[in-house]
Design a protein around this ligand. Structure first.
Ligand SMILES: Nc1nc2c(c(=O)[nH]1)N[C@H]1C(S)=C(S)[C@@H](COP(=O)(O)O)O[C@H]1N2
Ligand SMILES: [Mo]
Length: 167
């Protein structure tokens, strides 16, 4: 009986891992490109090794959910974008364009994401309550705390691109 139970648990664990791998198929990483010195392709493993914060979002269904993820600013810093002390003068004309699997796109000024300007830090998350995000939400979601609606919190994020606004 013990052996049977052990086998059953092993089988269930294996099939869970497998279904996660399948749900993560559309994009297993997020690209960081544009006006950065070190373009990156970040996997869940890469993000797990970076600084983590808690971020909560009041979602469309009215529920407030708390996620854990990496501040976008940390990602921008790792990619060599101008953050912190470097975010002044002409660099304040820079923006981050977030692109999702369905083509949805959202823009932030770099200053909106920087801890030297704001305490409301946007974060890239990949799990909720210790589980991977549902396929229609993930594998990667951008959470923007403290806004009146969740419209800039992006599902199925595929790319973060730094641009320079010009007139
Ligand atoms: N990829 C993607 N993210 C998106 C959207 C979208 O169309 N595509 N819509 C936004 C809007 S307008 C809202 S209100 C919320 C809705 O989130 P939900 O569908 O997860 O409740 O997602 C935001 N993020
Ligand atoms: Mo919306």
């Amino acid at each position: 009986m013990k052996t049977f139970l052990a086998l059953l648990i092993a089988f269930m664990t294996a099939s869970e891992t497998n279904s996660y791998a399948q749900s993560a198929l559309p994009n297993t990483s997020v690209k960081v490109t544009g006006a950065v010195t070190k373009p990156l392709t970040l996997s869940v493993e890469d993000l797990s090794a970076m600084k983590q914060v808690n971020v909560s979002l009041k979602e469309h269904d009215g529920a407030v959910r708390q996620y854990r993820g990496v501040p976008v600013m940390e990602i921008l810093q790792a990619a060599g974008a101008t953050v912190g002390k470097e975010l002044r003068g002409k660099n304040l004309g820079k923006y981050l364009l977030v692109t999702c699997a369905d083509g949805y796109q959202v823009v932030f000024s770099l200053a909106e994401l920087d801890s030297s300007f704001t305490n409301r830090q946007a974060a890239l998350v990949w799990g909720l309550n210790g589980k991977p995000l549902a396929a229609e939400q993930g594998p990667f979601k951008l959470i923007v705390p403290g806004e009146k609606k969740p419209a800039r919190s992006c599902r199925q994020v595929t790319a973060l691109s730094v641009g320079i606004a010009k007139e």
